[in-house]
Design a protein around this ligand. Structure first.
Ligand code: HEC
Length: 482
């Protein structure tokens, strides 16, 4: 929709002549924080809170341009003909202009978050197709990180501080004894649990966790991502085998971006290993961090892995340039593997996982640093795999699962996506490799770290309360109205 702009032009012209003087080249340090940048360069016309002043609001989703990222980027770079919007292409770097676009998106998102848009358990949870009913399955202390069903309908779940729990179909809870000792600091701990798809015959259960690696030269405690499998017998974790560990010389994680989700397809086990807070490593094929890996279920390495024959390469690498993938799942109808990846501030990603592909981090991203300074102007580059979808602002995208049940017939084949910071459950419809719908089903109930399509057709979500450090698992079903 076009905005009435003519009436504002006269005022803007006065302001423009005053404003232009201050736009001297190099006046803004390239690492200027976006909040200051906006205040000094844009607020005079668009208002301090972006609500509009001489120029119109940047929050109301009413655009003079077509409103796309690239159109906003172009308007800021080249100015807008026929209006007093100045061209900033000579005074701001492309990186800075990208941070301004992210900032506009974040601010516009905040403006839509009213009390009405939040889900509450005591009011109808309406969605496009169904009204939802939630019931509590279990609750426990700590952060439930992952869950998955066994063929008998019982549920396994991990708590990040290092516990694996078994919940029987009749509701009996057992803490499994003898699971590995984990390094529980910052984002580290016991992470994913994934039963062998052939569990009925093999009995294997796969875990990922942060393993202590002593202290580094500076005296700081460090850890790395480890993948193991074992069996549960009589409430005990037994027969453990280690399948993957970082090489001793590259154990340096001080608490960030461990990954790490697991999926198994046929004989292959895929797992994510975050960049461990060393972002430039993501582009190196010599290290384990910032990658998605493929190994056989017994831990041996397939010879047709993309870098298997390359000297010095980490032979388990399947993809690289990944920041911190905390969602990984197989699409049942196609066999495609999908991942979700936390962006920095902006630029959370949904990716189709392709052999040998470079997902670009940190050379390419839709986001900026948490402090509002730029990372890169590049949102895409040749030879780097672009996401299928990106969320800017970030929702802190977490566990994902395709819905395969019968209770929500209209959602069959849709991808369910959990979010931490924005506390949302999304439903994505994907057609021919493109997301054609992104519906927020739940908003604000708590941090949703994992979601599973349950065998009985319900949707299970783990909800963490960031303040009390307790977690609940909820079952979601359609509310039948009498
Ligand atoms: C001298 C006044 C002025 C300044 C300074 C200014 N703008 Fe604008 N801007 C305008 C006007 C006028 C328009 C066009 C119509 C409107 O929004 O009123 C506009 C349009 C835009 C648009 C396109 C919006 C749309 O509707 O498609 C964007 C994006 C934008 N400005 C961002 C910025 C950013 C970011 C800055 C700071 C780097 C900035 N502007 C600084 C006056 C200004």
């Amino acid at each position: 929709m076009m905005k009435p702009i003519a009436s504002k032009i006269a005022l803007n012209l006065i302001l423009l002549s005053a404003a232009t003087k201050s736009f001297a080249a190099n006046e803004f340090a390239a690492n200027e924080k976006v909040e200051q940048l906006f205040e000094q360069t844009c607020a005079a016309c668009h208002g301090q809170s972006l609500k509009g002043a001489m120029a119109s609001s940047l929050l109301d989703n009413q655009w003079t341009t077509d409103g796309s990222d690239s159109a906003l980027q172009r308007a800021i770079t080249e100015g807008l003909a026929g209006t007093s919007m100045p061209a900033f292409g000579k005074t701001l770097t492309p990186e800075q202009i990208r941070t301004l676009v992210v900032y506009i998106r974040e601010s516009a998102y905040r403006a839509t978050q009213t009390n009405d848009s939040l889900s509450k358990l005591d009011k109808p949870l309406t969605t496009k197709h169904y009204t939802l009913e939630l019931s509590e399955v279990t609750s426990n202390n700590g952060i439930i990180w992952a869950m998955d069903f066994l063929p008998d309908g019982s549920l396994l779940y991990t708590i990040r501080h290092g516990e694996l729990w078994h919940l029987s179909p009749t509701g009996e809870q057992t803490l499994i004894k003898g699971t590995p000792t984990v390094w529980h600091q910052r984002q580290g701990g016991l992470l994913d649990v994934y039963p062998d798809p052939d569990y009925a015959n093999t009995g294997w259960i796969y875990l990922s966790f942060s393993k202590p690696a002593g202290i580094n030269a500076k005296g700081e405690a460090i850890a790395f991502t480890s993948i193991v499998r074992g069996k549960i017998r009589g409430g005990n974790w037994v027969e453990q085998q280690t399948l993957f560990e970082a090489d001793a010389h590259n154990r340096k994680n001080q608490g960030w971006h461990f990954g790490s989700r697991i999926v198994i397809q046929g004989d292959f086990l895929y797992f994510t290993n975050g960049d461990e807070g060393h972002q430039n490593d993501a582009q190196l094929i010599t290290t384990q961090n910032g990658k998605i890996h493929r190994i056989f279920k017994d831990g041996t390495i397939p010879k047709d892995n993309p870098f298997y024959h390359q000297a010095n390469a980490q032979k388990t690498i399947w993809t690289y340039g990944n920041r911190n993938a905390q969602g990984l799942t197989i699409e049942p109808t196609t066999g495609n593997i999908w991942s979700t990846e936390h962006g920095p501030r902006g630029g959370d990603e949904l990716n189709l996982v392709k052999k040998g592909a470079n997902y670009g981090w940190p050379t390419v991203t839709f986001g900026m640093n948490y402090d509002g300074t730029p990372i890169t102007p590049n949102t895409e580059l040749p030879d780097m795999q672009s996401p299928i979808l990106h969320w800017t602002p970030s929702i802190a995208v977490a566990g994902i699962n395709f819905y395969t049940g019968d209770l929500f017939k209209a959602w069959q084949g849709d991808l369910l996506v959990g979010s931490l910071a924005k506390m949302q459950l999304h439903r994505l419809r994907i057609e021919n490799g493109k997301v054609i719908e992104d519906e927020v089903l739940l908003n604000g109930l708590g941090r949703i770290r994992d979601v599973v399509s349950a065998p009985n057709g319900e949707i299970y979500v783990t909800i963490n309360d960031g303040d009390t450090k307790t977690s609940k698992i909820y079952a979601i079903r359609p509310k039948i109205t009498p």
